[in-house]
Design a protein around this ligand. Structure first.
Ligand SMILES: [Zn+2]
Length: 436
């Protein structure tokens, strides 16, 4: 075996593409009832195909697996799909799978020093009630091509438009995909948060070690975020279409699959959560050994450490006082978003909102609390204060409230803030809410 050639292949980068564009079925349910199992959706990032399979829910015990080959079925691999959702209205289940090209096996197949196009073929097996049902794309199998990766592939995926004739500094815009202004406004806010962006772009360790691992593993959100950052900051483009990023997000949360409006605040918290998971420096096994340490440190309650925790997480001090005996208990809670109430006046300042936030909240009647001081169920008051500020404070203004008729009403109070407080506020994410 020639080791140097072997290494040459391993070091090469590949990407996958569909041989023919996959069309989502227009009569999915009808097909599911006929065939029991149907490939509902598939998309590709780098060398991984992410698929969703829909099956008829004939029995509780069921298993969905993918059988694939890279050598025209001389040998094959089996991967299991995992259950993701039950649809009560149609009595069907969806399963998801992740098919990653086994790069280390490619070197055996490809002739030395030349890259021919290689194929992956796969079919889906649904095992239920002792029977096997297959979706093999009407006996043609589903086919994916493995092609050597080109740098410009990312730009093509994002339909990046060159800024050759329109140089406006390094500013690059995100195209709206319909009702996706919620996503673009959150992305722009985060992308312009220099400490986070510098972490991705300037920290070579991240790109060399973490991100290389990320691109072939499950950490797809951080990996895709880096692709987007690369396009926005490389200075070559003035518009990109963030459809691939939305596909990744939509794969995790189906609500983001369509081009409808969503709540920007929820999306921001969702995105931070997934970036944190992907960039977590502490693995779960290590955390288990540090249980006592975690109890001592409120921020560790969220299980770990990442740039997201370092930048966006602060600590609340919650103080509960018994109204009968004045017994007081303290609790520390991590937070990544300061949700502030707004008073119903024409205008107020952010400081007014903060004062309002720090006011005692009287919890009584239906939420009695067992007081360790007087050993009985008591009324109590709660005060929430910021114990430790995050480096970047996200403020959400509570613009929407439910009135006594159970309708959402918007508080249009003008909230003023002063830019000289920008050591406190790097950006303010206002709550955007869809009214159905
Ligand atoms: Zn008490």
């Amino acid at each position: 075996m020639n080791t140097s050639n072997e290494n040459q292949y391993i070091n090469r980068e590949y990407y996958l593409c569909m041989s023919k564009n996959f069309q989502r079925s227009t009569n999915l349910l009808q097909q599911v009832y006929e065939k029991q199992v149907v490939l509902e959706n598939i998309f590709i990032r780098d060398i991984t195909a992410y698929g969703t399979v829909r099956v008829n829910n004939c029995s509780f015990d069921k298993k969905v697996s993918i059988r694939f080959t890279i050598d025209q079925w001389k040998s094959f691999y089996i991967i299991n799909a995992y259950h993701s959702m039950y649809y009560a209205d149609s009595n069907t289940d969806s399963f998801q799978f992740k098919l990653t090209v086994p790069i280390d096996k490619l070197s055996r197949l490809s002739p030395q020093n030349s890259i021919s196009i290689m194929n992956i073929s796969f079919a889906i097996c649904y095992a239920v009630k002792g029977e096997e049902f297959w979706d093999n794309n009407y006996s043609r199998n589903y086919n994916l091509e493995i092609i050597e990766k080109l740098r410009r592939q990312i730009a093509q995926d994002y339909q990046a438009i060159s800024n050759e004739f329109r140089q406006i500094g390094n500013i690059c815009g995100l195209k709206n995909l319909g009702g996706t202004c919620y996503m673009n406004s959150v992305l722009q806010s985060l992308l312009f948060t220099s400490s986070l962006t510098n972490y991705f772009l300037l920290n070579e360790n991240i790109q060399d070690s973490t991100m290389k691992n990320i691109s072939v593993s499950k950490e797809i959100v951080a990996s895709e975020y880096l692709n987007l950052l690369y396009l926005l900051y490389c200075g070559k483009y003035n518009v990109v279409t963030p459809a691939p990023f939305k596909q990744v997000i939509g794969h995790i949360n189906h609500n983001y699959l369509e081009n409808q409006q969503q709540d920007a605040h929820e999306f921001l918290i969702f995105l931070l959560d997934y970036l944190h998971k992907d960039l977590n420096r502490i693995k779960f096994t290590e955390v288990l050994n540090q249980t006592q340490e975690i109890e001592r440190n409120a921020v560790n309650q969220i299980n770990n450490h990442s740039i997201i925790v370092d930048l966006f997480y602060g600590t609340y001090l919650s103080t509960i006082t018994c109204l009968d005996c004045t017994y007081t208990s303290h609790n520390y809670e991590p937070f990544n978003c300061l949700t502030l109430p707004i008073s119903s006046t024409n205008q107020c300042t952010l400081e007014d909102c903060l004062r309002h936030f720090n006011e005692d909240e009287y919890l009584s009647d239906d939420s009695k609390w067992f007081c360790p001081g007087c050993q009985c169920l008591c009324n109590r008051k709660r005060r929430l204060e910021i114990y430790k500020l995050p480096k970047i404070l996200i403020i959400q203004l509570k613009r929407f409230q439910i009135n006594y008729e159970m309708n959402w009403i918007k508080n249009n109070t003008l909230v003023l803030y002063h830019l000289h407080h920008n050591h406190l506020i790097h950006f303010i994410q206002l709550l955007i809410m869809m009214v159905h």
